[in-house]
Write a protein that binds this ligand. Structure first.
Ligand code: ADP
Length: 623
C-alpha cells in the first residue's frame, strides 16, 4: 500500500468546499453522477474511435446503492475507469489549469470565497461533505489490474492493488462513501431519487437505484425483504439530440412537461452551437401569454443545464426580462457545474449564450412575421407588449425590435409596423406621427387628428398604456423622428405658419379666452391642426400628456405637479369667430369653459368639475 500526500491546493480546496458549500451538500451526488456519466461518455467514444477498444461491448449504466446499517453509499459506473497513475493525477492533484491561480486569489474570508468557488467545478471532493472516508475502486478499460484509492480527505490518501472481483464490472469505477452522521440522510430511497430527478434526470445514461423493499404479512409483521433495482432518471435530454432524430410530437410533448402547459406551443427553436462555445438551446413560444407575465415575481421560463445536469430554473438573468414569456432550456458544455448565482450573472460564457439566444429569437420572430401570417397575429396579440418593453430596455437590439412591434393606424385596419408606415409616408414627410392616451376608439375620434386626416398624413394609433412611456424614449425610427400629435410642436408640417392676417384677426379672441380661463391652461393658441372641431388640447413639448399625468396620479405619484394643457382653438369655427364681436363677460367665460372641457372630454379625460361644465353649457343653450 502506498501512502500519498495531497497536493497543497487539494487540501485548500477541500477545506473551502466543506466550509462554503455545506448548506447545499446534496450536490455531491450530482457531481459523482456527472463524473460517472463523463466516464461512460469517454469509453463509449473510444469503443467507436479506437481499434484497441472496439471489442469491448458494454451496456453503459450508473448504479447507486446504499446500506443503512453500514452507513455507506455507493455510486458505480462501467465507464473508462482509472489506473494507478490516473488515480494519483485525478484524485490527488488539481490538474486543471487556472485552479492554482484561482486558489491563490483566495482570502481567509470563507464567505467571499464561496462566491468565487462557483467559477469552477468542485467535483469529486465535494463528497467529503458527507463522507468521513471515501474508497474508490477502479479498473481502467482494457487493463488487467484494479486499484483502490482511500482517503479521509484530511491530508493524504493510499493506493493499493485489489483483486479484480472487488469491482462488480469488467471496467469502471465504484465510489464508496463511508458517511458521516449527517450523511446518513442519504441512505434512503426517497432522498436519492429526489436528488437524482432534480439534478440528473436528463443524464444520457440510465441511473439505477438498488434498495430493499420489505414485505409484510396480513398481521403487519415483516415477512421478507426483497432487493429491487429501478431506473430513476428519464434520460431524455431532448435538446441534445439531433434535430433530424426528433419528430414534431417529441418537441410538443416535451414542451407540455417543461412549460406546464396543456396547449401546444406556438412554435419552437432548437439550436446547437459548436465552435468556440458549445451549447444547445431549445426555446418555445407559448400560444398564450403566461398568467404571471405582468407580475413582478413572475417565474422565469428558461432552465439552465450544464452538460445535461440541471443547474437552475429560477434565474431571471438567463433571459432579458422582456423575453420572459419564452420557455425552454439552455445547456452549456463550457460552464462549471457548480456555477453559483452570483457568478452566473457576470459569467462571460453565459452572457455570450444569452446574447446569441436573443439574436436568434429576434431572427425567428422576424421570419414568423414574414412567413407565417396567422401565427404572427397570435404572437402579436400576446407578446406585442413585452416586445415594446424590449424597445425601452434593450438598447443593443432596439433596431431589430423596432421591426417587430405593431401598432394600429388611422389609415389601415389591423396591425401595422414602423416599416409599413414608412413605406406609406408622403415623399416630403419629415416625421412619424403617433397619438397616445386612450383606447383605440377615443384616439381615432380625437379632433387632434383632423388636419392630419385632411392632409392625408397617417398617424399611428397607440392605445397601449405603455406606449406613452416607451415611444418618447425611443425617439426615432430610422432617420425619422417620432412625433406625438397631442403635443405642441407636432403641427409644423400641417401648413404654413398661420398667416399674419389670421393671427391678427384672432388675437383679441385668444386674449379673451386666456383671461377667462386663467390658470386652468398653460396657454391658448390658434390651432393649425383642427378642421371640424372648435378646440383641442395638447401637452407642452416636454410635459407628460394629461392622460399620463392622471395615470401617474392614480398610481400614487402624489407629488406630481399639476400638468396644465395648452388649449388650441380653430380660428375659423363659428363658435370661435362669434367671440370676436362680443364683450359679454359671462358669455365669453361660458364659451371658454365649454371649449376647454369638451376638448378634455373627447380625449377621454375626466372633468374635475362636471357640474360647472353642465351649468355653462345650459346657459349657452338657453334661447
Ligand atoms: P472534474 O470532473 O471537474 O474534472 P473531479 O474532481 O470531479 O473534477 O474529477 C477529477 C478527475 O477524476 C476527472 O476529470 C476524471 O478524470 C477522474 N474521475 C472522477 N470520477 C471518475 C469516474 N467515475 N470514472 C473515471 N474517472 C473519474
Amino acid at each position: 500500500m502506498a501512502q500519498h500526500q495531497f497536493q497543497t491546493e487539494v487540501s485548500q480546496l477541500l477545506h473551502l468546499i466543506i466550509h462554503s458549500l455545506y448548506s447545499n451538500r446534496e450536490i455531491f451526488l450530482r457531481e459523482l453522477v456527472s463524473n460517472a456519466s463523463d466516464a461512460l461518455d469517454k469509453l463509449k467514444y473510444l469503443t467507436v474511435s479506437e481499434e484497441k477498444y472496439k471489442n469491448i461491448s458494454f451496456d453503459p449504466r450508473i448504479d447507486i446503492s446504499f446500506d443503512k446499517d453500514a452507513k455507506t453509499l455507493t455510486i458505480a459506473d462501467n465507464g473508462i475507469g482509472m489506473h494507478e497513475q490516473d488515480l494519483v493525477e485525478s484524485l490527488g492533484t488539481i490538474a486543471r489549469s487556472g485552479t492554482k491561480a484561482f486558489l491563490e486569489k483566495l482570502s481567509e474570508d470563507v464567505k467571499k470565497d464561496s462566491n468565487l468557488i462557483g467559477q469552477f467545478g468542485v467535483g469529486f471532493y465535494s463528497a467529503f461533505m458527507v463522507a468521513q472516508t471515501i474508497e474508490v475502486i477502479s479498473r481502467k478499460a482494457g487493463e488487467g489490474e484494479a486499484w483502490k484509492w482511500t482517503s479521509d480527505g484530511k491530508d493524504g490518501y493510499t493506493i493499493e492493488s485489489v483483486p479484480l472481483q472487488a469491482l462488480g464490472s469488467p471496467q469502471g469505477t465504484q465510489v464508496l462513501l463511508h458517511l458521516t452522521e449527517e450523511g446518513t440522510e442519504y441512505t434512503n430511497r426517497w432522498s436519492i431519487e429526489d436528488i437524482v430527478k432534480r439534478y440528473s434526470n436528463h443524464v444520457a445514461f440510465p441511473i439505477y437505484l438498488t434498495y430493499d423493499e420489505k414485505e409484510y404479512d396480513d398481521k403487519g409483521n415483516e415477512k421478507a425483504s426483497k432487493t429491487k433495482t429501478e431506473r430513476i432518471n428519464s434520460g431524455t435530454a431532448l435538446w441534445r439530440r439531433a434535430k433530424s432524430e426528433l419528430k414534431e410530437t417529441d418537441y410538443l410533448e416535451f414542451y407540455k412537461q417543461l412549460g406546464h402547459d396543456s396547449e401546444d406551443p406556438l412554435f419552437y427553436i432548437h439550436t446547437k452551437a459548436e465552435g468556440t462555445l458549445e451549447y444547445s438551446t431549445l426555446f418555445y413560444i407559448p400560444q398564450k401569454a403566461p398568467f404571471d407575465l405582468y407580475q413582478v415575481d413572475y417565474k422565469p421560463g428558461v432552465k439552465l443545464y450544464v452538460k445535461r445536469v440541471f443547474i437552475t430554473d429560477d434565474d431571471k438573468e438567463l433571459m432579458p426580462t422582456w423575453l420572459r414569456f419564452v420557455r425552454g432550456v439552455i445547456d452549456s458544455e463550457d460552464l462549471p457545474l457548480n456555477v453559483s448565482r452570483e457568478i452566473l450573472q457576470q459569467n462571460k460564457i453565459l452572457l455570450n449564450i444569452k446574447n446569441a439566444s436573443v439574436k436568434k429569437l429576434l431572427g425567428e420572430f422576424k421570419t414568423l412575421s414574414e412567413q407565417h401570417k396567422e401565427k404572427w397575429e397570435t404572437f402579436i396579440s400576446q407578446f406585442n407588449r413585452p416586445l415594446k418593453e424590449g424597445l425601452y430596455q434593450d438598447f443593443a437590439n432596439r433596431e431589430a425590435i423596432q421591426e417587430l412591434v405593431r401598432f394600429k393606424s388611422t389609415t389601415i385596419a389591423g396591425w401595422t409596423s414602423f416599416s409599413d408606415y414608412a413605406s406609406r409616408m408622403k415623399s416630403d414627410q419629415k416625421y412619424v406621427y403617433y397619438i397616445t392616451g386612450g383606447d383605440e376608439r377615443t384616439l381615432k375620434a380625437s379632433p387632434l387628428l383632423e388636419a392630419y386626416t385632411a392632409k392625408g398624413i397617417e398617424v399611428l394609433v397607440m392605445d397601449d398604456e405603455i406606449d406613452e412611456i416607451i415611444i418618447p424614449s425611443v425617439g426615432k425610427y430610422k432617420e425619422w423622428e417620432l412625433k406625438a400629435v397631442n403635443r405642441a410642436g407636432a403641427d409644423e408640417e400641417l401648413g404654413e405658419k398661420q398667416d399674419k392676417q389670421a393671427e391678427k384677426e384672432n388675437k383679441p379672441v385668444i386674449e379673451k379666452l386666456k383671461k377667462a380661463l386663467g390658470d386652468r391652461v398653460k396657454e391658448v393658441k390658434l390651432s393649425r391642426r383642427l378642421h371640424d372641431s372648435p378646440s383641442c388640447i395638447v401637452a407642452d413639448e416636454h410635459d407628460p400628456s394629461i392622460q399620463m399625468a392622471a395615470m401617474l396620479k392614480a398610481m400614487g405619484q402624489t407629488e406630481m405637479p399639476d400638468i396644465k394643457p395648452i388649449l388650441e382653438v380653430n380660428g375659423e369655427h363659428p363658435i370661435v369667430t362669434a367671440l370676436r364681436n362680443t364683450e359679454d363677460e359671462q358669455r365669453i367665460a361660458d364659451t371658454a369653459g365649454v371649449l376647454l372641457d369638451q376638448a378634455l372630454l373627447v380625449e377621454g379625460v375626466k372633468l374635475k368639475d362636471p357640474a360647472d361644465f353642465v351649468k355653462r353649457l345650459n346657459r349657452l343653450l338657453m334661447p
